[in-house]
Design a protein around this ligand. Structure first.
Ligand code: 13P
Ligand code: SF4
Length: 359
């Protein structure tokens, strides 16, 4: 088994991080809670929020019959819902995924500039070139990619299914070209024990977790278990008691009996962890010195999901609404739908206990 890191891929030197929101602006935004709640109910919209959004956004989803989940669950729920208006609070690839799966629905996002550094690391024209260099490889793209990249891929996968899919493809004798997260690529290669051609992208948040800082935290909290999202570096993964997607980490914290946890993923997840386990302590994992531009384990783009912007999605004028509406060109949508449908079929087959060889 080996990891073959792809060369000659120009990654952004700096990511265009949005300005952090001031405490005053946040407090003013929180005042809108009841108004936004009424608007969601009146417009019969479904609010689908990722675990990394601010606690108040997750509470809004809870109190309006919406949904909070990981990226796989968000995709599934948006597709299965009968609501014709969906507000996706997350980052742009999550809104695009909802639109690809449900073209007949209006998919709104609080801020279309909610990037993801992984998405920014993988440009469609680079993928075209790399595919030509590896014509026999099966292209497996992480969900954290643009619609245009998904459209060129054989499979889409989220972190909750990545190792299982790599194992499945290994069983079919397929060579994997994985993109765009280097750490998840390495995790897949190690766990499925298969060769992986790996894109060198990174998540600004998870790439910044610091193994030596986590070791220090462990010394101060010897009773704590360590929960790690697989977008983190291998040295951080090596310290984990549980490695998994956001939902898998949350499920572990609920079932496990440790009194405290050091959590190496985005801090928004603490809302659901603390709600499910009020008597347990959750400690944010340490960030390495090179990650100091971040405000701790906080995704700068997830923070763009404010209540004011959710209100504007629903009650803004036509121009404002257009600025919140996800559109995907139809040719790209159709091409991206195939690997996304395959992911959903694979996930359902895994759950049922038998995956056909010819998915
Ligand atoms: P999940 O699929 O685990 O929700 O992860 C999405 C993500 O963006 C992680 O940084
Ligand atoms: Fe992307 Fe990282 Fe933010 Fe997740 S935490 S959305 S991978 S930048």
């Amino acid at each position: 088994m080996s990891l073959i890191m792809l060369k000659d891929i120009a990654l952004p030197e700096h990511f265009p991080l949005p300005q952090p929101v001031s405490a005053e602006a946040l407090a003013a935004d929180n005042q809108l809670f009841d108004r936004v709640k009424d608007a969601i109910v009146q417009h019969k919209a479904l609010l689908i929020a990722h675990y990394y959004t601010a606690p108040i956004v997750q509470r809004l989803a809870e109190e309006t019959g919406g949904f909070i989940g990981d990226s796989l669950e968000m995709a599934r729920v948006g597709k299965d819902s009968e609501c014709t208006t969906i507000v996706v609070a997350g980052v742009r690839f999550m809104g695009e995924t909802a639109k690809i799966l449900s073209p007949e629905k209006t998919v709104l996002m609080p801020d279309l500039a909610s990037e993801c550094s992984l998405d920014l690391c993988c440009q469609p024209e680079d993928l075209k070139r790399v595919k030509a260099e590896h014509p026999n490889a099966t292209v497996v793209a992480y969900a954290n990619t643009s619609a245009a990249v998904k459209a060129q891929s054989d499979w889409i996968v989220t972190s909750s299914l990545a190792v299982e899919l790599a194992d499945y493809l290994k069983g079919r004798g397929e060579e994997i070209l994985w993109l765009p997260d280097r750490h998840l690529g390495s995790y897949i290669a190690n766990n499925a024990k298969t060769d992986v051609y790996c894109w060198p992208g990174r998540c600004v948040v998870h790439d910044s977790f610091d193994p030596s800082g986590i070791v220090e935290l462990k010394k101060a909290h010897p009773e704590a278990k360590v929960l790690v999202h697989p977008e983190s570096p291998a040295e951080v993964v090596a310290l984990a008691d549980c490695v998994g997607s956001t939902s898998q980490l949350l499920a572990f914290s609920k079932q496990d009996d440790a009194p405290s946890y050091i959590v190496a993923t985005e801090r928004g997840i603490f809302y659901k962890m603390q709600q499910a386990c009020p008597n347990k302590t959750f400690i944010e994992a340490a960030i390495a010195p090179q990650g100091v531009t971040l405000d701790g384990a906080k995704c700068p783009w997830m923070s763009l999901n404010s209540l004011a912007k959710i209100l504007e999605c629903l009650e803004g004028d036509a121009e404002q609404k257009a600025a919140h509406t996800i559109t995907v060109p139809e040719d790209i949508r159709r091409a991206a739908l195939k690997p996304l449908d395959r992911m959903l079929a694979f996930s359902a087959a895994l759950k049922s206990g038998s995956v056909p060889q010819d998915l």
